[in-house]
Write a protein that binds this ligand. Structure first.
Ligand code: BO1
Ligand code: ZN
Length: 239
């Protein structure tokens, strides 16, 4: 299998050994400090069209739970905001912690959230495949949404149901947050979190890192990378 994970030996602080770009100039996630983000009037509204999206499967890839979509046409795309082209939905997955307010990858003024949803999209106007886009500087757009624990309902798997009511966002140029850590992502992080119940967070924490038949059952918890140095990057704000 994989030579990276979230444990003591194979966790984020050792990823640079196999993936030297871990110490690169546009790594993700970051700590977003709202007062240091620049209001950018050139950023148009974010447009999300998930009306006719078709999910294909759901799996535990050993690092997270992933739902994959049919990306053979432009039926589910995001556009606008910092994006010059429509970007097609490829998959969504989550990062989460073991308890409390730890588990998101991005933080806001040092504050974490219980979980973070990543909707991964690719630029099918400029690139032929997701694989090709995933190594290009403008190849991917990941929409990050914070989850916080509460007793609110969370129904259905149309990703439209996963969006908060406000689409105000922060945006910056970054990377994949797991190996291969390619610096190919236009990050769009929504300011408004969505709410899930502790019971639903508990269901994420019941997933296993290890395969079902493995004797050494390892709870899938704390599968997040901590914030990385900004290295002079500017975070822009939609409002
Ligand atoms: S994230 O949204 O920055 N956490 C992120 C991290 C890694 C990927 C996507 C989003 N990696 C992609 C790889 C593909 C792989 C796919 C599996 O994950 O680019 O090579 O097939 O879902
Ligand atoms: Zn992710």
């Amino acid at each position: 299998g994989h030579h990276w994970g979230y444990g003591k030996e194979d966790g984020p602080s050792s990823w640079y050994k196999n993936y030297p770009v871990a110490e690169g100039n546009r790594q993700s996630p970051i700590d977003i400090v709202p007062n240091e983000a620049s209001r950018d009037r050139d950023l148009g509204p974010l447009m999300i069209n998930y009306d006719h999206c078709t999910s294909i499967n759901i799996s535990n890839n050993g690092h997270s739970v992933v739902v994959e979509f049919n990306d053979s046409d432009d039926r589910s795309v995001i556009k606008g905001g910092p994006l010059d082209n429509p970007y097609r939905l490829k998959q969504f997955h989550f990062h989460w912690g073991g308890k409390g307010h730890e588990g998101s990858e991005h933080t806001v003024s040092g504050k974490g959230f219980a979980s973070e949803l990543h909707l991964v999209h690719w630029n099918a106007v400029k690139y032929k495949t997701y694989g090709e886009a995933s190594t290009a500087p403008d190849g991917l757009a990941v929409l990050g949404i914070f989850l916080e624990g509460s007793i609110t309902d969370f129904k259905g798997f149309n990703p439209k149901c996963l969006l908060p009511s406000s689409l105000h966002f922060w945006t910056y140029l970054g990377s994949l947050t797991t190996p291969p850590l390619h610096e190919s992502v236009i990050w769009i992080v929504l300011k408004e979190p969505i709410e899930v119940s502790e019971k639903q967070l508990g269901m994420l924490r019941m997933l296993l890192f290890t395969e079902e038949e493995d004797n050494q059952k390892m709870r899938m918890e704390n599968n997040f990378r901590p914030p990385q140095p900004l290295k002079g990057r500017r975070v822009r704000s939609s409002n």
